[in-house]
Write a protein that binds this ligand. Structure first.
Ligand code: EPZ
Length: 418
């Protein structure tokens, strides 16, 4: 497991191009097996989750080829509807293969995609929605068996705007008989991307980005060549890095309105933030004020995937901050590692009480999950002295060339292969 060695205290200056959004590309991979025609997804990020999703598609018999940064999916010969535990254990978001497999084969069998380090992550909303579409579901020995004679459109209401459940419903309803109306849908930009992808294949999906999505079932879906949305969470991570370290950082490719709440919070910290024509630029003195309060909420609220990074910023800012993590029950597991760097944080359930300190100091810390790991890197970049961040496997799941982009901005960070 590789590690980073980071020499903190450098200002960051420069511009990076955001990668394609991990949380858009993964559902697009699942959607690509809805048709037997060829699908091309442009500029796919080189991250472990994408490699794993490619393995899942190969497992059902699709041909997946990476070519000059694009991925070609040809699932004409796909025939298996089963995804083994080894793969669902690796990648929770394999759960939205259920919708695709049911549309393609009217059957699906996946190992229960268990919890992970940020929480239990149940899939009850997915399963109840699939039952509404006519799917019968059995769970035995850690596997979920789904089958239906056909998928029938239905009125579905989600008690919680689950991103994955919304995506699964779209994938299961696009070729269902009749119309599906989904109330209480997640409104993330990645859902809009999936709608655009499906409609480019010939589907009839409308309303993504709002809480009511309508899907008119169609008979066939064709191939598509598609360039996914850029990654607002990667972009936000680099903007927060610029805020913490001081300097001027620009991220190209992400619209400001997709990060509105983060930009509002960074201005509250005392940074200057400009968002225009798909470029977001932050100017920071590195001397920041705490946010007083942050509540993670479904989009367009403050994104849970940027909570760890913004909590880290507050640890080295002036004043106090109260951080409520409302989406996942254990998304503060990076805090004990931050405290090794001198952070003053007390976690009670879903709330972290932060007292800002003048400066964090370097330490050896262990990354335990994707966004918590990225947050520890940001803490080390802003800290005094040298740090080591161990176990980069989590960061490698979601950030392509993380250290390369940071070095390009002037950071003193290097990867040591272990
Ligand atoms: C997606 O996960 C993202 N992953 C997550 O990003 C992100 O944190 C999350 O949405 C929230 O924005 C991908 O898109 C691949 P949810 P997902 O279903 O779909 C509860 C990252 O760092 N819930 O919206 O799993 C669940 O327990 C990752 O890139 C149920 O109770 O999120 C959680 O508390 C981490 N029952 C809340 O909803 C269900 O059936 C949000 O989950 C489904 C979810």
């Amino acid at each position: 497991m590789d590690k980073y060695i980071i020499d903190g205290g450098r200002r960051l200056c420069g511009s990076i191009r955001a990668q394609s959004a991990k949380n858009s590309v993964l559902p697009l991979f699942a959607a690509s097996v809805l048709t037997e025609k060829q699908v091309i997804i442009r500029e796919v990020p080189q991250i472990a989750d994408v490699v794993c999703m490619a393995e899942i598609l190969r497992e059902i018999g699709a041909e997946v080829t990476f070519q000059n940064g694009d991925v070609l999916v040809d699932s004409a010969n796909a025939k298996s509807h089963e995804i083994p535990y080894a793969l669902t254990r690796e990648l929770r978001s394999s759960v939205f293969m259920l919708g695709s497999l049911l549309t393609r084969f009217h059957r699906a069998m996946i190992a229960y995609p268990g919890g992970c380090d940020i929480g239990q992550r149940p899939i009850d909303l997915h399963l109840s929605a699939l039952r509404s579409l006519g799917v019968s579901i059995r769970e035995r020995d850690g596997y979920i068996f789904c089958e239906c004679d056909k998928l029938r459109g239905a009125e579905i209401a989600l008690d919680f705007p689950s991103v994955g459940a919304t995506e699964n419903i779209l994938l299961a309803a696009v070729k269902a008989e009749g119309r599906t109306v989904l109330q209480g849908a997640a409104k993330e930009p990645e859902i809009v991307d999936l709608q655009n992808f499906l409609n480019a294949m010939g589907a009839k999906v409308h309303g993504a980005g709002s809480d009511v999505i309508e899907i008119e079932g169609v008979k066939t879906l064709g191939g598509v060549t598609f360039r996914p949305l850029k990654d607002r969470i990667e972009a936000g991570t680099f903007l927060i890095a610029g805020a913490i370290c001081g300097g001027e950082v620009e991220v190209v490719g992400v619209q400001g309105e997709n990060l509105r709440m983060l930009l509002h919070k960074l201005r509250e910290n005392g940074c200057k933030v400009h968002a225009k024509n798909g470029k977001i630029r932050i100017e920071s003195t590195g001397k920041l004020k705490c946010n007083r309060r942050i509540e993670t909420m479904p989009y367009p609220g403050f994104p849970t995937d940027l909570q760890a990074q913004q909590t880290t910023l507050n640890c080295g800012a002036q004043g106090d901050a109260l951080i409520e993590e409302n989406l996942f029950e254990t998304r503060f597991k990076f805090v004990p590692e931050l405290k090794k760097m001198g952070a003053d944080v007390e976690v009670k359930g879903r709330t972290a009480f932060v007292r800002g300190v003048e400066k964090l100091h370097g330490a050896t810390v262990v990354s335990g999950d994707l966004r918590g790991g990225a947050a520890l890197v940001l803490a080390a970049l802003g800290a005094e002295g040298e740090s080591e961040v161990l176990d980069l496997s989590h960061i490698d799941r979601g950030y392509s060339d993380f250290e390369g982009k940071l070095v390009g901005l002037g950071a003193a960070i290097r990867r040591v292969k272990l």
